[in-house]
Design a protein around this ligand. Structure first.
Ligand SMILES: *Cc1c(COP(=O)(O)O)cnc(C)c1O
Length: 386
């Protein structure tokens, strides 16, 4: 089976992990702060908070922005459920903005219209989560302009986009946002097994997220409400969680980070080959906006079903039976039973639903060979009946 994505773990990664296992600290040692420093230096953010997943990072990001029970969070329906669940963890209300059918990202046009309506109705969002789908940045300049008018905070969910850039700057520098989230799950660009990070340039948000990561506890006398009672003393200031990353995971992350540029270059090469090879196929690929350089976490094609005359399910099953580990990213979040139970209806976000009816994710990963690529293209040709 050629998987849709696959991590690349080398001896150097294993050695780095082993070194931590033989050291004094497995967690809360020196390695996590080094990982944070290396990532924030790389992407140009002032601060970084490493956590045990991007899902946790989204949660503490929302908490630090003060998202609560009377607030709205908006995101795209074409994302992993975590991009929306973070609102519900905070007791906030969730809504979606339909996608642009060409970039597959949140449509700025739809966002603008929805904000105009919400402004009249007095239900503007407190937070907008912009998901950089497949590794391509959203139109962040336009989203930032809208936030300046309507006053919402911006979280970039860059789980797909570690190593991608926007206007010649690596994603994560938060030039157009309050907080950026990375995921280091093995299917993503680099991995720490499980792991995530929240990046920001705002010191207060950094302090808040650090508190929420670890039980709401501080050992910093400057943050304490009472005077320190001795060297053992700590204070719990808010209701936090245990969302910490271990030093073992951070060591893997650091080792992988040194190969980030190579991975993104290789993914771009594969995406470019796909683009050329699929040129004559009855499929649409993601349109790339001028300012964005994608990290290419996934490679999605939209089947032009009116030309193909075979159902998506048959094509998908054909590809699977040929050993092509295709997938679908994503089932629109509002169509999940849990979200329908909250009141969302099929038909509410037609661009996202149409996208879902056509989308198939083809394999892309840095160790993918030219032969793998040819196998995928050959099998797709057959599955489409060409
Ligand atoms: C993978 C992913 C997440 C969650 O990442 P974890 O590290 O597995 O928690 C969140 N948002 C998006 C868009 C993702 O793809």
């Amino acid at each position: 089976m050629i998987p849709y994505g696959r991590q690349d773990v080398l001896q150097a990664d294993i050695d780095a992990v082993e070194k931590v296992l033989r050291s004094d600290y497995l967690t809360q040692g020196p390695v996590v702060p080094i990982f944070e420093k290396l990532v924030s230096e790389k992407v140009g953010s002032s601060y970084a908070v490493a956590v045990n997943s991007a899902t946790s990072a989204l949660h503490i990001a929302c908490l630090s922005l003060g998202l609560g029970s009377n607030d709205w969070l908006w995101t795209t329906p074409i994302s992993f459920v975590a991009s929306a669940n973070c609102a519900l963890y905070c007791g906030a209300k969730i809504d979606f903005v339909d996608i642009d059918p060409d970039t597959f990202n949140m449509s700025v046009l739809h966002l603008k219209e929805k904000l105009e309506r919400a402004s009249k109705d007095g239900c503007l969002p407190k937070v907008v989560v912009a998901v950089h789908f497949a590794g391509q940045s959203c139109d962040m300049r336009s989203i930032k302009e809208l936030s300046d008018v309507y006053g919402f905070k911006i979280i970039e969910d860059a789980s797909h986009a570690v190593g991608g850039s926007y206007s010649d700057k690596l994603i994560g520098g938060c030039e157009h946002s309050d907080i950026t989230i990375f995921s280091f799950h093995p299917v993503k660009i680099i991995t720490s097994a499980e792991g995530g990070m929240a990046l920001t340039n705002n010191h207060e948000l950094y302090q808040q997220m650090s508190l929420f990561r670890s039980h709401g506890i501080t050992r910093d006398p400057k943050q304490m409400l009472d005077r320190s009672q001795g060297p053992w003393y700590y204070e719990q200031l808010v209701l936090g969680y245990n969302y910490r990353m271990t030093d073992i995971h951070a060591a893997l992350g650091i080792s992988q980070l040194s190969r980030l540029d190579d991975y993104v270059a290789k993914r771009n090469q594969i995406a470019k080959s796909y683009g050329a090879l699929l040129n004559e196929f009855p499929v649409r690929v993601q349109r790339n906006i001028d300012l964005a350089h994608s990290a290419w976490h996934i490679f999605v094609v939209r089947l032009e079903l009116e030309k193909i005359k075979r159902p998506k399910l048959t094509i998908f099953e054909d590809l699977l039976s040929h050993g092509i580990g295709v997938n679908v990213h994503y089932i629109p979040i509002h169509m999940q039973p849990y979200y329908r139970q909250l009141g969302f209806k099929v038909g509410q976000f037609p661009n996202a639903e149409r996208y879902y009816s056509e989308a198939i994710t083809l394999p892309i990963f840095p160790t993918m060979t030219v032969q793998n690529l040819e196998t995928v293209i050959g099998s797709l040709r057959e599955a489409l009946g060409l």
